[in-house]
Ligand binder design. Structure first.
Ligand code: FE2
Length: 286
């Protein structure tokens, strides 16, 4: 029987009573979907799944997206996005300089069809660092005063992968090779800064600290200052859950409600290997 045990944070619950090596039955799907709405982040510890099982379990809930970074698709299983520093390739969204200037985002928010949820499975993790932080954007929106909420609801944010790439390069990462992406890097997409969750009706801030490159109709300095202030408030400790990974952990999160960010680790000393499935958005945002 499925059990959901909330974390101490405003988001997150640990899930027991299910093995991810078998596709879920309709009752399990309904319970997991309901719990995802309630908790935003679901942690399934002590799992042991192959890439095919990870895909089969995820595929019971959603159409799966392939990462645009072609070289990071797992051989033979292109629905798996390999994140980490293994097999001669570094795919990391944490600052390479080890700073706490983190890349908060919601997956695929820079694409025309974003991800509604993502499931990350840990195969190998460093003994320190390499956490994933999650922040609740319901809490962030609710904490704004009414005037700030009204202002935010009138704004449209602009998103592009170029914002992420500029950040990673400035922090010392080697950029992705020319032609490594199969989607146009210069694509800029526009989403309302406040989105209403299609299932709960609650309002959530929807922006990233690097991938969001501006506010429609605003000058760059104005937008930068506004977004920086918004990030500080929206990702404060009170709204966060920090996941320290152990091999066998699978974590599922609701990209409509939570932002996430990876924390740095010592890549010269340690290996980190994670597999992600990316669940295609199936409701319109605006
Ligand atoms: Fe991500």
């Amino acid at each position: 029987m499925l059990k959901f045990e909330p974390t101490e944070a405003v988001i997150g619950a640990r899930v027991s009573g299910i093995r991810l090596d078998t596709p879920p039955n309709p009752q399990e799907i309904a319970q997991i979907e309901a719990a995802l709405e309630t908790h935003g982040v679901l942690i399934f510890p002590e799992q042991d799944i192959t890439p095919a099982q990870h895909i089969a379990f995820s595929g019971a809930f959603a159409t799966l997206e392939k990462t645009a970074r072609v070289s990071a698709r797992l051989d033979g299983h292109p629905e798996i996005f390999v994140v980490g520093n293994v097999d001669g390739q570094v795919v990391s969204f944490a600052p390479a300089d080890g700073s706490d200037d983190l890349e908060w985002h919601s997956d695929h928010m820079h694409l025309e069809v974003p991800a509604r949820a993502s499931m990350l499975y840990c195969i190998e993790t460093p003994p320190e660092g390499g956490n994933t932080l999650f922040a609740c954007m319901y809490s962030a929106f609710d904490a704004l005063d009414p005037a700030a909420q009204a202002e935010a609801e009138g704004l449209t944010a602009l998103h592009s992968v170029s914002g992420l790439q500029n950040f990673l390069q400035a922090k010392g990462a080697k950029g992705a090779a020319e032609g490594e992406y199969d989607s146009p890097e210069a694509l800029t997409v526009r989403w309302p800064l406040v989105r209403t969750h299609p299932l709960t009706g609650r309002k959530a801030l929807y922006f990233g600290s690097k991938v969001t490159i501006g506010i429609e109709g605003w000058s760059a300095p104005e937008a930068d200052a506004f977004l920086t202030g918004l990030e500080v408030n929206a990702t404060q400790d009170a709204f966060r859950y920090s996941h320290a990974w152990a091999p066998g952990d699978a974590v599922l999160w609701d990209n409509r409600r939570v932002l996430h960010a990876g924390t740095p680790f010592d890549m010269a000393r340690y290996a980190r290997r994670m597999h992600r499935t990316t669940w295609r958005e199936d409701h319109p945002i605006a």
